[in-house]
Design a protein around this ligand. Structure first.
Ligand SMILES: Nc1nc2c(ncn2[C@@H]2O[C@H](COP(=O)(O)OP(=O)(O)OP(=O)(O)O)[C@@H](O)[C@H]2O)c(=O)[nH]1
Ligand SMILES: [Mg+2]
Length: 337
């Protein structure tokens, strides 16, 4: 782009039109726009999302988590193909990766393991960027989901990449969480007792095929015993568990029924709407926190008095220095706005 540091995007109207036609290239540009941290882009992103607003919010959002190698990508490929081919509906898959340096390698793997789905005209796959400490996809997932919804994708799957904090994030983006498990992982059952099941609405013991069919059923039975001792999830519906294989489509109609039963129940109880409102409040605060933090950092680095107080060699205690900085910052906020 003429060597300029600011990448230019098509006009908001062009992006809106492209998204409404589910044009992959335009969707990609719109996602890059909302991921951008430049203030100029933020303004355009705000305008774009406002335009998309009325059409957005109409998909089911489904989080998929599980230890590395549990088969999340393979499962999404099969369930995704079930939706696009059998049901003739549209599917978006996003990967969330808050710890990119560790799991960057699996991103490429994800691409290869969703080969057929990636080529399907009814599917849109957005892998997580492989750099950065808190990937753009994670930071702007809410907005990316809205772009997919405005493009008519009825189902947005969000795959966690890596373990740990990503479950929490994905839970805050999803209406329903699927936990994929595998046999022979005793520590996973320990994990269940410690609370990993608390994030899950549907638990599937994957790879229940060939020689592993019987062990998978045994794992399912153990899992049900453990689950029976756990408190009910917030929506009040007991966790559903089953086995499945992600080698092909054979189990997908059954899994689909589990999912739809869940949606019917949480829509009827009013929980889904309530949960989305709670999630929206969380994301508003998270976004605000991020901007205020950026502003504060900018001030600390660029205001001469602030940076000298920060790096003060004086005998003042850190607590007093922060208190003074905070008073100055408040004064600044009071006079500048
Ligand atoms: N036999 C069998 N193998 C499976 C099944 N699902 C996945 N696999 C295999 O398990 C390996 C890991 O599968 P992935 O789908 O990449 O697992 P993942 O959970 O997405 O892995 P990460 O993204 O790296 O965390 C691959 O070699 C798959 O072919 C299954 O249902 N049955
Ligand atoms: Mg994967």
């Amino acid at each position: 782009m003429n060597g300029s540091a600011v990448a230019d995007f098509p006009s908001t109207a062009e992006l809106v039109e492209g998204i409404q036609n589910a044009d992959r290239a335009r969707m990609g540009q719109a996602i890059s726009l909302v991921e951008s941290e430049l203030p100029l882009h933020r303004k355009q992103a705000e305008a774009l999302l406002k335009e998309l607003g009325p059409a957005a919010g109409k998909s089911w959002r489904i989080g998929v988590t599980g230890v590395p190698g549990a088969g999340k990508s393979s499962f999404l490929e099969q369930l995704g193909l079930h939706i696009t081919r059998e049901r003739e509906e549209k599917v978006a898959v996003l990967a969330i990766d808050p710890s990119s340096p560790i799991s960057g390698g699996s991103i490429l793997g994800d691409k290869t393991r969703m080969n057929d789905l990636a080529r399907d005209p009814r599917a849109f796959i957005r892998p997580s960027p492989s750099g950065g400490t808190f990937g753009g996809v994670a930071r702007r997932s809410q907005e990316i989901i809205r772009i997919c919804e405005a493009a008519g994708f009825q189902y947005c799957f969000i795959e966690t990449v890596g373990v740990g904090q990503s479950e929490d994030l994905v839970k805050k983006l999803s209406d329903v969480m699927i936990l994929l498990m595998i046999t022979g992982a005793g520590d996973q059952l320990q994990g269940i007792k410690r609370g990993i099941m608390e994030v899950a609405d549907l638990v599937l013991v994957n790879k229940a095929d060939g020689n592993n069919t019987v062990p998978a059923k045994k794992t399912l039975a153990e899992l049900r015993q453990s689950a029976a001792m756990l408190p009910l999830p917030a929506h009040g519906r007991p966790v559903v568990s089953d086995t499945c294989t992600s080698l092909d489509q054979r189990d997908m109609p059954r899994i689909w029924t589990h999912l739809m039963d869940h949606f019917n129940s949480v829509v009827a109880s009013g929980w889904l709407k309530e949960n989305r409102d709670t999630q929206d409040r969380y994301w508003v605060r998270a976004q605000l926190n991020e901007w205020v933090q950026d502003e504060l950092d900018h001030w600390l680095e660029n205001d001469a008095e602030a940076s000298s107080l920060l790096s003060s060699q004086s005998s003042k205690l850190p607590f007093s220095r922060s208190a003074e900085l905070f008073r100055r910052y408040q004064r600044l906020r009071g006079t500048n706005d």
